[in-house]
Design a protein around this ligand. Structure first.
Ligand SMILES: Cc1ncc(COP(=O)(O)O)c(C=O)c1O
Length: 379
């Protein structure tokens, strides 16, 4: 007998009570019962995103909301800045390209956070830049970017917005959309929202809605204006992923019950324990200066085959951890702790890491990582 565990930074493990709710017979999305669910979801999302504005929901993976944040905000001839410090930063650039938007890349070494000063410099010499696209948490490297500081800079420009991919940020660490003046915040369901993939979210500020008003790029399914109208009627423009909406109401209630502070505190603790464990084993963090609390990216030590280690996690223990992507392939593994994870989950995955490293001949004292984690988890 062997259980399966997901420790990948999306999809993540799901609460059984939410799975049961989603397995109930499906309802029709134009029924009053469903509209009641949407009404509750609207309130729950405002709480989670810390905004007084509506949060749009699309039945797609997170990239759909990213694409919408380009096609709905910008117009032909607009210019953008793209922070490229990993795979998902590159995706912002790819979407801009697909829509014919010229952008200035801010290339950041993988594993490092962007320097907001670089963005300030670019904006000073190019005040016509319409949007800055960045990640809050770059999942491919495990880095947390200084979104608050970038927003402070962008605020000085009347017609420029900051667009934040918070797909592994929302529900993990504090991202107060309104208080920080974040113009667009996008997220997805299969991360800290504890749901299967299939929902994308976008919260927009008044400043962003002004850009939407004049945007002339082509759009159809991801039409923010149209979706806002539907949302205000507790509807979805097209057939939504009904079962996921049902699940979302549940997970938003769970988050409210724990409270944002509790949710952020739990992620902080799990992340701190994982980082301490890894260091106690003599391993290095891939994002040492600005690690995200969503996941821990660990450098594979010399002499150990990183891809084999990832395979062994699954073969020996049924655990899925994520490998490195692109240039980080084989060089790191990524251990998630966002969403439905608790203290003992982390003890388990660290224990598995130790047993595998021992099997692969990496020299260290068995139990050292678990001990370091426990010391933090007991606080
Ligand atoms: C930071 C970040 N951005 C974008 C995405 C893409 O989201 P999706 O795969 O849901 O389209 C992911 C998914 O892993 C992510 O972690």
């Amino acid at each position: 007998m062997e259980k399966k565990y997901l420790f990948s930074p999306g999809p993540t493990m799901l609460p059984p009570e939410v799975l049961l709710k989603m397995a109930e017979p499906i309802m029709h999305h134009r029924e009053p019962e469903f509209e009641k669910i949407v009404a509750e979801i609207r309130e729950g999302l405002k709480y989670l995103f810390q905004t007084r504005n509506e949060v749009l929901v699309f039945s797609s993976s997170g990239t759909g909301a990213m694409e919408g944040a380009v096609s709905n905000l910008l117009s032909k001839g607009d210019k953008a800045v793209v922070v490229r410090g990993g795979k998902f930063g590159e995706r912002w650039g790819d979407i801009c390209k697909a829509y014919g938007i010229e952008f200035i890349p801010v290339d950041v070494e993988w594993g490092r956070a962007v320097d907001p000063g670089k963005i300030e410099q670019i904006l000073r010499s190019n005040p016509s830049i319409r949007a800055i696209y960045t990640q809050a948490s770059e999942t491919s490297t495990g880095v947390k970017h200084p979104v608050k500081e970038i927003a402070e800079i962008v605020k000085k420009y009347e017609d420029t917005v900051i667009v934040v991919d918070a797909i592994t940020g929302i529900g993990v660490f504090d991202i107060p959309t309104d208080a920080w003046g974040l113009d667009v915040v996008v997220s997805g369901s299969q991360k800290a929202l504890m749901l299967p993939p299939g929902l994308a979210f976008a919260a927009l500020s008044d400043k962003a809605w002004k850009l939407v008003e004049r945007s002339d790029l082509p759009k159809y399914y991801f039409d923010f204006k149209k979706e806002l109208k539907s949302t205000k009627k507790n509807q979805s423009s097209y057939t939504p992923a009904i079962s996921l909406f049902v699940g979302l109401r549940e997970t938003l209630n769970m988050i409210r019950k724990e409270g944002l502070e509790g949710v952020f505190g739990r992620h902080e603790k799990l992340a701190a324990a994982t980082r301490a464990a890894v260091k106690a084993l003599g391993l290095e963090l891939y994002a040492p200066d600005s690690p995200s609390n969503a996941l821990t990216a660990v450098k594979i030590p010399a002499g150990i085959d990183g891809l084999k280690l990832q395979d062994l996690f699954f073969e020996r223990f049924g655990i899925t951890v994520a490998e490195g992507q692109d240039r980080a392939k084989g060089k790191i593994i990524r251990i998630a702790h966002l969403g439905y994870y608790d203290r003992l989950d982390m003890v388990m995955v660290i224990s598995a890491l130790e047993m595998l490293l021992k099997e692969m001949g990496y020299p260290f004292e068995l139990g050292k990582g678990v001990k370091a984690a426990e010391e933090i988890l007991m606080k």
